[in-house]
Ligand binder design. Sequence first.
Ligand SMILES: Nc1nc2c(ncn2[C@@H]2O[C@H](COP(=O)(O)OP(=O)(O)OP(=O)(O)O)[C@@H](O)[C@H]2O)c(=O)[nH]1
Ligand SMILES: [Mg+2]
Length: 388
Amino acid sequence: MIENKNLNPVPERTVLVGLAMQGQTKEQVKEYLDELAFLVRTAGGEPVHRFVQRLTKPNPKTFVGHGKLEEIKQFVAGHGIDTVVFDDELSPSQQFQLEKELGVKILDRTRLILDIFAMRARTAYARTQVELAQYEYLLPRLKGMWTHLERQRGGIGMRGPGEREIETDRRIVQKRIADLKRKLAKIDIQKRTQRGNRGKLVRVALVGYTNVGKSTLMNLLAKSKVLAENKLFATLDTKTAKIQVGNISFLISDTVGFIRKLPTQLVESFKSTLDEVREADILLHIVDAAHPARDEHIRTVRQILHEIGAGNKPEILVFNKIDLLDAAALQQLQNEYGRQTPAPLFISAEKKINMDALKESLYRQVRRIHVKRYPKDDLLYPDLDFLT
Ligand SMILES: Nc1nc2c(ncn2[C@@H]2O[C@H](COP(=O)(O)OP(=O)(O)OP(=O)(O)O)[C@@H](O)[C@H]2O)c(=O)[nH]1
Ligand SMILES: [Mg+2]
């Protein structure tokens, strides 16, 4: 049994399991499992091996087919595996069955993401939202899921906000959910009032896939200190700063990153964090230009924006991390996206490449909205004089 699970934990030896669905290329499937491996490492696990099965749909009982399950079972038994992670959400009965068959801890993608969010939540507000999402996910799964085996193990999937272990008693969980909802409703009212007090300054939100460099860019633009690091979901709380470009002031917000198959419980309970995005005038959609799944990331982010009701906002695409591209790859990227309007930007926040072009574009877009709100200011804000 791992006693000291939060202090200097031994990384859980983890096996990854994914399905290759119809129409998915080899590269796509690899990329999906790469992302799952990154999630596992972010949660403190060590990915040891991957299993992929080509199926048209998941097996309703055991997710993978019988033969594949046997293969996994043998590997788990022979290699000292602690945990098996599935790249999709498992139904409560699949979860139960797999745990019984494999005899080790079973996690699905949703629970892994929730666990990372729990590790990452710093403020009381983020913690409340994550805890609610965790309990909403757990409630239908409490029966059978929390075997004594799993309780003993602790670790990934067991962490509540602040690294407390999460509660598993059904009645207590139900009461917690009701309490958390009440608490959130209260905070929401405060937040709304705060946002209302900001007046009519133009609001820009940094949005994008997780780990693309939103916080790095925010720090650069707002000279603030938001945690930026090479881990998934470094940012869970929205940070807003007032900044000035040229002679115009506006608000800029850095917020939680998106990911494919973002758990619905999270989208639900992060509703008011996402209000910042919903109420923004302009979205700066940051993209990791060097990521192999960049185009899919853009589609995923747009899909989630659409789902949260922010799909119709003016969007400026900002391709970040161009320092990682060679000249040919950059050219290809520019050919692919260069013709869109407003014109996309190609920058490196870390190496401070093309920051003036970004500020100029931001200024233009912000100014357009600002003078619509304050027509009298039109003359006060000559177009782009600050750069010349
Ligand atoms: N090479 C390179 N790395 C960058 C650049 N911008 C950011 N990074 C790195 O990318 C990683 C993620 O940066 P963050 O700013 O934390 O990304 P984020 O989008 O805020 O991520 P989440 O908050 O986790 O969603 C960090 O390791 C940064 O140092 C860039 O222009 N070039
Ligand atoms: Mg961030």
